[in-house]
Design a protein around this ligand. Sequence first.
Ligand code: NI
Length: 174
Amino acid sequence: MLWFFMAVREIKKYPDPILKKKALPVKNIDGAIQRLIDDMLDTMYSAPGIGLAAPQVGESKRIIVVDVSAREEGRPLIILINPELIKAEGKVESEEGCLSVPGYVSKIHRAERVFVKGLDREGRPVEIEADGLLARALQHEIDHLNGILFIDRMSPIKREFFKKRYLRRLKAKV
Ligand code: NI
């Protein structure tokens, strides 16, 4: 059974300080990076989630994985190292959540279409044009690399409400 070879990592939860840090670019795509990517995939699929950024598993590195195929058929798995948002067009509002902010969703404005560049896991340049949920997921994960969570994109009033409720619930759990 493949299960025994899986490496599911602990997902860092808000307000863990690593989630606020700007992640560093990957310089060498070596074995350690390959293992990190494998761990990120195992962690994302077992959560289950549609995307994950390296800081969410405690690694301040510019790597994201996105797989929205469960909700948008035919979309491929995307693994991006040092991703860059080159172009963003249009504006849409839709519900969003995050594995690092469990139990909360909020309507968030995002660009409708994006053009993203980066490297695949072999270090080859990739260009992605996306819309729909894939565009949203890419923006959400690239935000993580810049220390931005979806709650940072809520209106200040909504964010204050959220923080109070979330932190109260966090305290209740301890
Ligand atoms: Ni997230």
